[in-house]
Design a binder for this molecule. Sequence first.
Ligand code: HEM
Length: 147
Amino acid sequence: MTLQGHAHATAISAISALLIGMNAGAQPRPDELFQALGGREGIARLSADVVPRLFADPRIKHFFKDANAKNLVEQLSDQLCAASGGPCTYEGGAMKAVHADMAIKAGDFNAVVEDLQAAMDAAQIPFATQNRLLALLAPMHRDIVKR
Ligand code: HEM
């Protein structure tokens, strides 16, 4: 290798090391949101907190009168874990099929979102993390809400 080539290679490896160190320009880790939510345990706790809020919310509690709280906590936990990049598989029903006969309106969906926000506030999940999770759930609106 020429002297010039060697200097060049050294500069490149210095820059690479710097970029790796800063994680600059790299994709966020695929499980970053999962980790920010507290991993499996954090998400399980969050799900266990939000489901009773749904069952108690006077705006929407009628939807849940025959629902199985334990199953819902487990399914939601797996779903949020998988959606946030965690090592889980959601094995429940597709959102469209599950909610098909419920005649859920936009206001009902918003109530669920607000209850989830309240649970995330209670868990002291930072606002930016909350918004990232909500952004993943927002597209489900079209499968869940009947207009
Ligand atoms: C982003 C919004 C929502 C998500 C991520 C979500 C997620 C889920 C999941 C994972 C299940 C369990 C499916 C299964 O067991 O196979 C479920 C069931 C259910 N969801 Fe939703 N849901 C959402 C919105 C809503 C809304 C707006 C309502 C009504 C206000 C609702 C009412 C129900 C009911 C009643 C069940 C059935 C529970 C049971 O029979 O045990 N969901 N949902």
